[in-house]
Design a protein around this ligand. Structure first.
Ligand code: MSP
Length: 530
């Protein structure tokens, strides 16, 4: 089979497929916002992007939730999946495909994949005894459980004792091959701390794991033994493959893998690292498929320094948050404030402070004041300056010349926070520059040329900052670009590549006097502390 996604022109990225046991929480929104930012960045870079998100709908946990809600499982899943999609629309998430593991096409892909692994001799019937955490959908080692057989990740739930016949996957057979993968592809697991965690786990010796369940029928039947249901994680991971099918093509593995495989980037939270960096590559090895590029495990969010949970009553409802503050504010806070990979905290006071300081003051006010002056002193036109008139050691140009490549490296490393800091160094320098040069004074002194020089460099800095921030705050960036006289919308996914490429816009000095500036209007309204 040939795989064509080895070129540098394509980029495939996934979020986890979220369990539909409840409405989306801020943790799921966090991964999805990060995935959207990187997908938008790669689109600006001119790549063809395939951004996949979706829902994980099988298994005991979902079956039980549906029952508790008095709904047929499928009806329940449809309802919750729609809730996820609605949040993604509100958060301005431009995914390309939404994978649902209860789809018919997925059934065909899982069946074929299971068959391959079976043919390989990697599946056998065995005895499964152990403690099962339904919330994790995972067997736990007794030594890892808290008192009363409670799972450390779900301390309010007891793990359940299971003693049954299950089909097992020969994970142990892939020990050496996995270790070679981690060595040959050192970026496979990121960040470094997570990589070490996995290497350490694998070095203790891998055990086969069970991939079927009995007495549970919300899932796909094992092809040759329909008394067994395929384990939800085995099915879910393949949910990354099914959406790669073109909508009109036959659901076969060959078709699914033709264009977009291998996936370059799986974005996940740190709690599901093992599934993605050990089980998943081993399954792919068994089916003789190429490996994904990298798996990045981000940290966990807390609220006011505390673990979030329904029982603690301190969950953050992302829908409420977005209704109150808008998509860009939320995207900005989480991506700028938390170093991606580390745990991070949400605190409303801090949230409001940061948005006011960065978006309303430093960026928004800067644009507003400078546009105002351009209207007052330059008839609302971009000053007639050619970039050659500005020396390379000009304090803003100096930063601007390098910024595009520095920010690109940060985005590539998923260092969203570092990208924002780089960008805001230009914004803050612009504010300082404006205060130092005081164009209002220069104007009074009749130094028109100098006034124009100052305003041009500041407007160009704001433009460059807005462009580089577009993956994170696309609507504010669009607003800024439009006020600067571009008829461009960063949310128009399909036209973005031609008109807005990184190589044309992430550079210093493109603002031209052909553009007419619009009257300033605030791009971000100051928030009041509650
Ligand atoms: N269904 C599986 C994934 C299957 S992928 C083939 C699953 N779903 S989940 O809905 O429980 O979790 C989805 C993601 O949300 C995980 O990446 C998890 O790390 C993330 N988060 C859950 N709570 C979180 C926080 N409090 N903070 C940050 N992310 C968190 O696991």
């Amino acid at each position: 089979m040939s795989h064509s996604n080895t070129s540098t022109t394509k980029f495939t990225v996934t979020t986890p497929l979220y369990y539909v046991n409840g409405l989306p929480h801020i943790g799921s929104a966090y991964t999805t916002m990060a995935a959207d930012a990187i997908a938008r960045f790669e689109r600006l870079r001119g790549k063809s992007v395939m951004f996949i998100t979706g829902t994980d709908e099988h298994g005991q946990k979902i079956q039980r939730t549906a029952m508790e809600n008095g709904l047929e499982p499928q009806v329940h899943c449809d309802k919750v999946a729609a809730g996820f999609d609605a949040l993604w629309q509100k958060l301005n998430i431009q995914y390309d495909r939404f994978s649902r593991t209860t789809s018919e096409r997925h059934a065909a892909i899982v069946k074929e994949f299971f068959g391959r692994v079976w043919e390989k001799g990697d599946i056998y019937l065995g005895e499964q005894k152990g403690w099962y955490c339904v919330s994790c959908e995972e067997f736990k080692e007794e030594r890892d459980l808290l008192e009363g057989n409670r799972c450390p990740l779900h301390p309010n739930k007891e793990a359940e004792w299971r003693d049954e016949q299950n089909y097992f996957f020969r994970l142990s057979k892939y020990q050496t091959q996995l270790e070679t993968l981690y060595q040959k592809q050192p970026d496979f697991i990121q960040p470094e701390s997570r990589r070490n965690e996995v290497l350490n786990f694998v070095s203790q010796g891998l055990q086969d794991f069970s991939i079927s369940r009995v007495n549970m029928d919300w899932g796909f039947p094992v092809p040759l033994d329909p008394n067994h249901t395929i384990y939800v994680w085995f099915d879910a991971l393949l949910g990354y493959v099914t959406p790669l099918l073109e909508p009109d093509s036959e659901p076969t593995l060959d078709n699914a893998l033709k264009t977009w495989w291998p996936i370059q980037l799986h974005l996940i939270g740190k709690d599901i690292l093992r599934f993605h960096t050990v089980y998943w590559p081993a399954m792919l090895m068994s089916a003789e498929l190429p490996m994904p590029g990298r798996v990045f495990g981000h940290g966990f969010l807390t609220k006011d320094g505390q673990k979030m949970g329904k029982s603690l009553g301190n969950t953050i409802d992302p829908v409420e948050l977005v209704n109150q503050y808008g998509a860009d504010a939320i995207r900005y806070y989480f991506l700028k404030e938390i170093e991606f990979g580390k745990d991070g905290d949400f605190n409303e006071t801090r949230f409001i402070d940061i948005l006011n300081a960065d978006l309303a003051n430093d960026l928004g006010n800067l644009l507003n004041r400078t546009l105002g002056m351009a209207h007052k002193y330059c008839q609302g036109n971009v000053p007639q300056i050619t970039d050659d008139d500005i020396p390379a050691d000009h304090p803003l140009k100096e930063i601007g010349l390098e910024l595009g490549s520095r920010v690109a490296s940060a985005y590539e490393a998923l260092a969203f926070s570092a990208a924002c800091k780089e960008i805001f160094s230009l914004v803050r320098s612009s504010n300082k520059f404006l205060a130092d040069r005081a164009p209002w004074r220069l104007y009074k002194e009749g130094k028109q040329q100098e006034v124009e020089n100052v305003l041009y460099t500041v407007l160009e800095s704001v433009r460059l900052a807005a462009y580089l921030l577009a993956p994170i705050i696309p609507s504010i960036s669009t607003d800024i670009y439009q006020q600067l006289g571009f008829s461009i919308d960063f949310n128009e996914k399909n036209t973005i590549q031609d008109s807005l490429s990184y190589s044309n816009h992430a550079v210093w000095g493109i603002l031209s006097s052909n553009q007419s500036l619009s009257q300033p209007k605030p791009v971000f309204a100051r928030l009041e502390q509650r």
